[in-house]
Design a protein around this ligand. Sequence first.
Ligand SMILES: Nc1nc2c(ncn2[C@@H]2O[C@H](COP(=O)(O)OP(=O)(O)OP(=O)(O)O)[C@@H](O)[C@H]2O)c(=O)[nH]1
Ligand SMILES: [Mg+2]
Length: 403
Amino acid sequence: MAGKLTKEHMNLLESMIGCGPKSFKLLYSITRDGCSAAEFHRKCDNQGPTVTVLYNPQGSVYGGYAGLSWKTDGGHAKDDTAFIFQLMFSGKRVVNTFRPNDASKALYFGSNRSALFGNLDFEPFFGTISMDKDGTFPLNGNLALGTYQNSNNVSNDAINNGSMVVTEMEVYAVSADDARTSTPKQKTWRKTPALNEEYLSKMTEELAALTPPKGSGVTDFRLLIAGPIGAGKSSFVNTVMSAFAGRVMHKAVVGGSENGLTNKYMSYPVRQGDGPCLHFRLCDTPGIGEHSAMDVVNLHFLLDGHIPNSFQFFPSHHVSIKTGGLIQQPTLSDEVHSVAFVLDASTLSDMSPAVKIWLNDCKRIVQEKGIPLVVILTQIDKLDEEVADNLADAFSRPDVKPR
Ligand SMILES: Nc1nc2c(ncn2[C@@H]2O[C@H](COP(=O)(O)OP(=O)(O)OP(=O)(O)O)[C@@H](O)[C@H]2O)c(=O)[nH]1
Ligand SMILES: [Mg+2]
């Protein structure tokens, strides 16, 4: 049985332990083997260095590394390499290591104890624990850092949510392994400039300087934001407005709704600080989905500039020339000048066939009209923890690479 420990967590533990690549072999799991000190010792004694990992219902992952084999008795043992760690807290990546102040008390061996670190700094359980009806284990152990140094002043509750109830506890044997290397960095498929303040101000200056050609009759360029329901279209509008305003803006309503939250065509002007509005507008649209208001017919009307600001779309309803309130003779200023497809990078591979067809149809229509089209990937922070830490890493992910 493979354990619950993810590759990312193995990589993190590998760097906490140090001295090169490690392999992790599952020795003991309370859901598989039962939760008793006797079983713990049967599976884990004399196995060399181990990592004990607890997973709780709140999504926290934490545990301890012992550089010595577990034994049935002997009391305190010195281990310079032992540490207590956290990898996740309440579903979020929170990484900390706590090393012993006094290595001579790093571990404790006892026949009725499980993996005991320090002076009861961390012990999952002692004796035998039964599983509750809901599948969790109300462990009777302890987490109270003291012998293990807590230089970041992380409270115990901020490691285990103030509870020793867990859904799983696993012990892995850790050994040096040249075959398992840390996930190699993928080659970057798109060069990006350093995403820093300097680049941000250069980009904002360029956009602020953007003006429609004189004599064109166009006052503002219109960028139509389209894409599947919940992709992050309205959030993108708010983000751009916030970046220019210099404060957080919530003009477009954002949230989660199965049939789409935005149901109006809204064209938002963008203002730099308290200055005048810039010469482009972000035009938010209802999301594309099974029962959505967006379809190819409505898109034609939008692109050609017939749809006025604040126009409300209704699910499965086509706009027609007879629809009231349309702009009958749109000028170049009313037309859409560029289109951005907003796509959720974290669900690209799960996109429904219907939405794919819609996007292809839209792409064709937009291109036939000679309107420039770009794709904006959102939610890239959800791809994995490495990308969340450094968003530029998205450009080395093969699963979001344009084909
Ligand atoms: N983690 C993460 N969440 C995001 C991101 N962009 C948007 N969201 C969240 O995704 C949800 C949907 O965002 P919206 O901006 O309302 O999406 P939308 O495309 O306008 O949705 P509809 O109007 O319903 O079609 C919200 O809970 C946002 O907070 C992102 O880049 N990262
Ligand atoms: Mg929206």
